[in-house]
Design a protein around this ligand. Structure first.
Ligand code: GLN
Length: 192
């Protein structure tokens, strides 16, 4: 199994470290040829506008969008979630637009730009949530599964092969979310 970690900008090293802890080999995706042969991809946090522009510039955008649409498992955190969203609240911009949700960027304002919370994420109990200038999901399509809410706002979803998180599991010591993503990758393998 080989997992790509989008490494054009943002917090990709921490995701790699987490996946390596789980015994998985990673490749940093910095150009379109790095997408060849990957079994899943992580879209890290960072700055989504910059990441979106770099995806186009590096010609990663089109092949990556096609691979996700074709079932490539993806774990997207924070800016990565913004890249996946079909709609952005109050903003006509979209990026990969493969995940049928509306995402509000910087949703917690300046005062609360960084905070932590604890919540169940799907069947993972009491997961530590780290939010940094985080978005939340203001609306989700009917086949999108809500995995977690904080203060009534959706902060984690699953839709088919896509997991979208408003928070940063890579900044915790808890490997359970990355492990559940790897399970998604294994399940796809076993069907092929
Ligand atoms: N605020 C960032 C954005 O809109 C996302 C923050 C993050 O990834 N920690 O792109």
């Amino acid at each position: 199994m080989k997992i790509g970690v989008l490494a054009v900008q943002g917090a990709f090293i921490e995701h790699e470290a987490m996946l390596q802890r789980l015994g998985v080999s990673c490749i940093q995706v910095r150009q379109k040829t790095d997408l060849q042969g990957i079994d899943g991809i992580v879209l890290p946090g960072g700055e989504s506008t910059v990441q979106g522009q770099l995806l186009h510039k590096l010609e990663i955008f089109e092949p990556l969008k096609a691979m996700i649409a074709d079932g490539l498992p993806v774990l997207a955190t924070c800016a990565g979630l913004i890249l996946l969203a079909e709609h952005l609240d109050g903003d006509a911009t979209t990026h990969l637009a493969t995940l049928p949700v509306c995402v509000k960027r910087n949703a917690y304002g300046r005062q609360l730009s960084s905070f932590t919370a604890t919540a169940d994420v799907g069947d993972i109990a009491d997961y530590p949530l780290v939010f940094i200038r985080a978005p939340y999901i203001s609306a989700a399509g009917e086949n999108v599964q809500t995995l977690a809410k904080v203060d009534g706002n959706i902060v984690a979803v699953r839709y088919q092969n896509q997991i979208g998180l408003a928070f940063h599991p890579e900044l915790t010591d808890d490997t359970r979310i990355h492990a559940s993503f790897l399970k998604l990758v294994e399940d796809r393998f076993s069907k092929q």
